[in-house]
Unconditional design. Sequence first.
Length: 451
Amino acid sequence: MRELLKTTAERASRHLETLNNRPVAPTIEAVAQLKNFDVPMPEEPTEPGRVLAMLDELGSPATVASAGRRYFGFVTGGVLPAALAANWLAGAWDQCAGLYTLSPVATHLEEVALKWLLDVFGFPAEAGGGFVTGATMANFTCLAAARHAILEESGWDVEAQGLFSAPPITLIVGGDVHVSLLKALSLLGFGRERVVRVPADPQGRMRLDVFPQITGPTIVCIQAGEVNTGAFDPAAEICARAHQGRAWVHVDGAFGLWAAASPSRAHLTAGLRDADSWATDAHKWLNVPYDSGVAMVRDPRHLTAAMSTSAAYLVHVDKREPNLHVPEMSRRARAIEIWAALMSLGRSGLADLIERNCRYATRFAEGLSAAGWTVLNDVVLNQVLVSFNGDDATRRVIAALQADGTCWCGGTVWRGKVAMRISVSSWATSEEDVELSLAAMLRIAAAEAQH
């Protein structure tokens, strides 16, 4: 085992050390080699070292270098060194984080990490929370708590009786609601289309002037960081109106909540503390390994009521039991990596990570705008949308940039226009990387304009 793990560390280190000297996207040849994985399942065991060698030799070249310094797609940050190391150690620990009895260390680190996160975001210290796979399940978990609370107030036990004959709940969302929240609503039985959509302004924020009157059981879902523009819904005003009507307010803050850690961006999160639940991704802007979301609920009672289960064989002790706060029972100890990332960064390091990424986004926007290209959004956070002389030309620039390999940016459609979307989210990105990537964007866009 020692030799295998040593070899694993050597191969992994070599992969990371060469990331920034290769194209960000894998080559066509590397992807083609993946066919060599598709063989009949062996009849006899394969030596573990050989299994590892196959993964590295066939798999590593076909990876996207999202852990590198010049990947600007999908709000994906590279993993922090401490978080990666914690991930490896946690894998060796092989802990099930469902019960305190199964893993006292995983349970305790969950408690500490949750306490730190609530403090970073400025949320009530007594709030409850749980660690899930990502923002979709974090939204699901929070909205399940909301469903419980709203229907309990109407005298309905949704956990026991389900939604058949239950009092109807009005769901209010923004015009630019993220698809992960709609997916969570559908999984909870609310449906993706049975929502009241509040029209959004040009940046994607809910418009207060057309916000509906609230009557009856209602859940309002707002955004902290629109996925294209980075814009924030006016949380303080929406929470005030919603709570006057006894509605629940949920915040989808997959990456935007992290603005609270930045002195220059914390003002964007004003009013979010007034909400009733919050969802975020640690695997986005905190730069921990994937499969790491966080659900937080102001009143822990509603969370545990929605998530709790019991059986004779489940040993519950007088400690916080993780499986009473999330949908999963057996799950990996993902909070270990969050604890490691926060411990490694500290307040100043986390603030610097957010500040630098936002500063780099502004630099991209200024450089592209100065060259005559159209930046479609107000760059308030880490998101930049840029158009290059029409939809077809923009698509060609995106494709050429991805093929070039200097950096990687994705495409989107914003207010009817095709745009290139730049998401600056990695701890590893430097000013040099930004300038190198900007130069590639300008070179490719200029070449396209000449055709």
